[in-house]
Design a protein around this ligand. Structure first.
Ligand code: GLN
Ligand code: ZN
Length: 760
């Protein structure tokens, strides 16, 4: 009989009702004590373990809980605390962690917060470890071991989880003198060895050691360090499961075979094709843990498909084949049973974290043909089938429109040069036109209005009338500031994806489907379950109204297809690019309706364009080809004289600049301020042909840029971009700022534009 242990890589720590979020925020406001906060964390851990235990998983995963972020938790465990956060007694406690993450201690002392960045290609953000040249590592913070003691007190059979040493180093950044952080591994190994020894004292049999960087295109020197590192680790007879996720490890199998570890976990949801190279090349004396239940999506697993995969693997791994989640379940919502209002037919197709633990056990029962397996399999077949044939999913007219797409859909009538002449004649904008990215401050008043509308305590008419007042005020302020291209301010939008998704068919919304984004912040991604189309115009009335208030052009403002897709849960019953095409057609309809309504400038935001890039370079071109095409399908139906803008906010463009150019937007506005305009070098090197608005100040900071500073930024930008093609704007939307800040900053910005125009 095959030993098929069942396990998950981690469970959401935010709590079924976002208890952790609420407790954290109360604690930071000094409304509850630390003891009360710790109690909430304890309860969540206990609840999570109970779920795994009741699902009869072979192991309860422990050590996955963290107060803010698991990378930050690892930094604390290893003693990687930047000096500025250390109190005189050098003691580390959870307040130290919060201060690192938030830049503010409980007594309101300010420190520069640690950086935060995206966890691989997910929407989760981690706190970036900071390493100094002679970084010392030491075990000073005990929470990891406290979790283990706590779980052991229930007599659970546990499998602790820890970030592996190389992935941990990879995720960090160096501070101060330049040096190669990889060299720190020698200082880090003894600390890991000390951890293993302590785990041994706790009679731990298996440890999950996460090394997801094995699924990246790693530089050679990092790959090589794996062998050295693992040979020097002393596991004290604890069995190590090296865990990978989010991609294929095919290229690194030989490296992994040579590591003195006992097992490997692979993600068969994001990279099912690696099954073949595993069979061929992975050492079958080791344990293979198959990540077959998708931790990053919300669909019920198709047991038949999974059993097929496991049967293929069984031929080679006949001794130890484990069954698990593809990655940690922190990327999926906690419990489907919290959803009281979902369409029952669609709800029956879904599975959240709790349900996934049950699925894993069911798959094991079916795989090993244990008692009652047939009934379980039959029910699953029925559920999967019901989704495949549902009229809610399939819409033949959408399919027809997709098959009718031809190259005319994704090319403008003329090239940029010809278009720009027509646009210049139409708009008569000054040199260095000024604009903003779209949103203006979302005041308390605006948020309350939206809340009241949702609760039904105000009528639609009253809501519309009041939002119109806000738009009017926003337009007047922009006119007074003498901006050249205006926006309506996005007061009617809660969020840039949900707002559009609510008007498109094929999306459904949960009430409790929260997923941690960072710290106490959660997002509630919409679910795309069926063919997408736009039933009626979404933004046209607002846009028309806004344009009626002024003679200056007001931009129509849309969210692009890749961003809508990336910030939703996507279908798994058709290729993602098919869903993307459907969203692009819906947006194309909106773009054309805006144009018909007299909107001459339309901006399609794609902030997620880069983050959606696959982890491995070999997969980039395929992604870029469909994502660029989708943007063009959305944008290219308009006349030459209609100006298309796009906005992206991140500062690494070098390697995808050709794709950005292929989008052929007339104007692109970018986040640039934090990179000091240097990223524009890439645009110059590429001879980027269209217009660019590099963000000239950082909207994430409350600091108000003065006119001189802005002029200096612009002079830098002019080294890379010819004056005829340079726009002036902040680096992102202004919704998180307050009005006094925004007015002053924009005033200085338009002053700077005037100064510069005088010089040219
Ligand atoms: N138009 C959006 C805004 O201004 C863009 C947001 C973004 O780039 N994330 O808020
Ligand atoms: Zn932005």
């Amino acid at each position: 009989m095959i030993n098929s242990c069942t396990h998950i890589l981690g469970f959401p720590r935010i709590g079924k009702k976002r208890e952790l979020k609420k407790a954290l925020e109360s604690y930071w406001k000094l409304e509850i004590t630390q003891k009360q906060l710790l109690e909430v964390g304890k309860k969540i851990c206990e609840e999570n373990w109970k779920i795994q235990s009741e699902s009869n998983l072979s192991f309860i995963t422990v050590g996955d809980f963290s107060w803010y972020d698991h990378v930050l938790e690892t930094s604390a465990l290893l003693g990687v605390i930047p000096k500025r956060f250390l109190e005189s007694d050098n003691k580390i406690n959870i307040d130290t962690l919060f201060c690192m993450a938030r830049g503010q201690s409980l007594n309101k002392k300010e420190h520069a917060a640690c950086e935060m960045t995206k966890w691989f290609n997910t929407n989760y953000h981690y706190i970036v470890p900071e390493f100094s040249k002679n970084q010392n590592f030491q075990l000073t913070y005990n929470y990891f071991f406290e979790q283990i003691d706590h779980a052991l007190s229930f007599n659970y059979k546990i499998k602790p989880v820890l970030l592996g040493p190389l992935t941990y180093l990879w995720l960090g950044k160096t501070k101060g003198d330049e040096f190669n952080k990889l060299n720190l591994i020698e200082n880090l190994i003894p600390i890991y060895n000390e951890i293993f020894r302590k785990l041994k004292d706790n009679k731990i049999e298996w440890l999950q050691l996460d090394e997801p960087i094995l699924a990246l295109d790693l530089p050679n020197e990092w790959i090589k360090k794996f062998k050295f590192t693992y040979d020097n680790l002393n596991f004290h007879d604890i069995k190590i499961l090296t865990t990978t996720y989010f991609g294929s490890i095919s290229e690194n199998i030989n490296i992994i075979n040579n590591l003195p570890v006992h097992g490997l976990h692979v993600d068969l949801c994001s990279a099912p094709q690696q099954i073949h190279s595993l069979i061929k090349n992975f050492d079958n004396q080791k344990t293979l843990s198959a990540g077959v239940v998708n931790g990053r999506n919300i669909w019920k697993s198709d047991y038949n498909k999974i059993i097929d995969q496991l049967n293929i693997l069984k031929q080679s791994f006949s001794k130890n084949l484990w069954i698990g989640s593809s990655c940690s379940l922190i990327h999926s919502p906690v419990d489907l049973e919290s959803e009281q209002k979902l369409d029952p037919e669609i709800k029956n197709w879904l599975s959240f974290a709790k349900q996934k633990t049950i699925e894993i056990k069911s798959i094991e029962i079916i795989f090993n043909k244990k008692n009652g397996y047939e009934k379980n399999l039959q029910q699953n077949k029925f559920d999967i089938q019901s989704r495949l044939i549902s009229k809610k999913v399939i819409n033949p007219s959408v399919k027809k429109r997709i098959s009718d797409i031809n190259p005319k859909f994704y090319h403008r009538d003329s090239n940029y040069e010809e278009r720009s002449i027509k646009q210049k004649n139409l708009f008569h904008l000054p040199l260095f036109p000024t604009t903003t990215i779209g949103s203006f401050p979302q005041t308390q008043n605006i948020r309350e209005l939206r809340k009241k509308l949702k609760e039904g305590s105000i009528s639609n008419e009253l809501y519309t009338q009041q939002i119109k007042e806000h738009i009017k005020e926003c337009i007047t302020i922009q006119e007074n500031l003498e901006l050249d291209v205006l926006v309506h301010g996005e007061a009617e939008r809660n969020d840039m994806v949900e707002y559009f998704a609510e008007f498109m068919n094929g999306f459904i919304f949960t009430s409790q489907g929260w997923v941690q984004s960072y710290g106490s912040r959660c997002v509630k991604p919409p679910i795309i379950y069926g063919d997408v189309f736009r039933a009626k115009a979404i933004t046209v009335e607002w846009a028309k109204y806004s344009q009626s208030l002024t003679n200056k052009p007001v931009k129509g403002m849309l969210t692009g297809p890749v961003t809508i897709l990336s910030w939703s849960f996507v279908r798994d019953d058709q290729p993602t690019k098919e869903t993307a095409l459907q969203i692009s057609l819906a947006l194309r309809d909106e773009v054309l309706d805006l144009e018909k309504a007299g909107i001459k400038i339309i901006q399609i935001d794609e902030p997620a364009f880069r983050e959606a890039l696959p982890l491995q370079k070999k997969d980039w071109e395929e992604y870029l080809s469909w994502s660029v095409k989708c943007f063009k399908i959305a944008s290219c139906g308009v006349e030459d004289s209609t100006q298309i803008h796009t906005h992206m906010c991140y500062s690494e463009f070098n390697d995808i600049i050709h794709a950005i150019a292929n989008l052929d937007a007339d104007v692109i506005t970018l986040e640039c301020s934090r990179s000091n305009m240097e990223l524009l070098q890439a645009f110059e090197n590429f001879s980027y042909p269209n217009e660019i608005g590099p963000g000239i100040y950082d909207i994430h900071s409350p600091l108000i840029p003065n006119t001189n500073f802005i002029v200096m930024q612009l002079e830098k930008a002019l080294q890379f971009i010819p004056k005829e093609r340079l726009w002036i704007n902040p680096d992102c939307g202004l919704k998180t700022r307050n009005w006094p800040e925004v007015s002053k900053a924009l005033k200085n910005m338009t002053e700077a534009a005037k100064n510069l125009r005088r010089q040219f």
